[in-house]
Ligand binder design. Sequence first.
Ligand SMILES: C[S@@+](CC[C@H](N)C(=O)[O-])C[C@H]1O[C@@H](n2cnc3c(N)ncnc32)[C@H](O)[C@@H]1O
Length: 265
Amino acid sequence: MERRKDWYEHPEYYEAIFGTDTVREADFLQELSRRFGTGGNQWLEPACGAGRLVEEAASRGLKVAGYDLSEAMLAHARKRLSPTERRRVKLSQARMEDFFDPALEGRVDLAHTLVSTFRYLDSEKAAVEHLTGTRRLLKPDGIYVLGFHLTDYARSGPEHERWVGQVGADKVVCNTHEGLPEQRLRRSPMRNRLRVTGPDKDWLIETTWFFRTYDEAQVKRLFRKSGLRVAATFDFDYDLDSPVGRGSPRLDRVFVLKRDTPSKA
Ligand SMILES: C[S@@+](CC[C@H](N)C(=O)[O-])C[C@H]1O[C@@H](n2cnc3c(N)ncnc32)[C@H](O)[C@@H]1O
């Protein structure tokens, strides 16, 4: 078995696991935009990764700006676009903490960051910078859709999820572990293992990192501080008819955020 590091250096295997919900997520985002936003056609995806949602949105005729830290993920995103889609897409290498594009200022109808990616921002300062920076790009009635897991600090055991995918002849088994949250440091230790086996391959790609933690009160304070208000909350079922009610025990949240002072840039 060959050991490798960093799943984002292996976009095709990452997407074999996390690309399965793409059409449903894009349907959900479009409907959120119609109900809570402008329904307009300029989208932005911070930390767009290997571009599954960028491609899906562009294939629906939307204009998409996407950026990511990882050049390997962006290269995969560029490669997958058809010539027509490419004309609607602008990709760049940038960080969530300080991305800014003057051409997008006040012009974005919908921004979205799903699958807990927001939790990579490892301090309150970084999170506020990201949110205020994204807010500045939104149209007055635009929305920012942010999906991530809240943390139960009273949890007594680690959490584990397992998925299986396929890339050609290669089988991919993915195990993700979230260790116990360290409440004082506001972080949880994370570990992902992708085991890839095929005719010429036996790889173990192991990645470890920390995710920042938020409970309900912490996330509400953060949004307020960043000049954003919550227009609606859903969960990872992406069911528009089942918004998450106050005090729900579910920790997977999709927040639909709007500028709290719509007329100011
Ligand atoms: C879980 S993937 C999500 C990718 C994509 N949004 C999707 O839904 O498939 C997380 C992505 O965040 C990127 N990332 C992590 N920290 C980042 C940061 N500080 N700024 C920009 N991108 C970041 C990684 O390179 C990776 O591509």
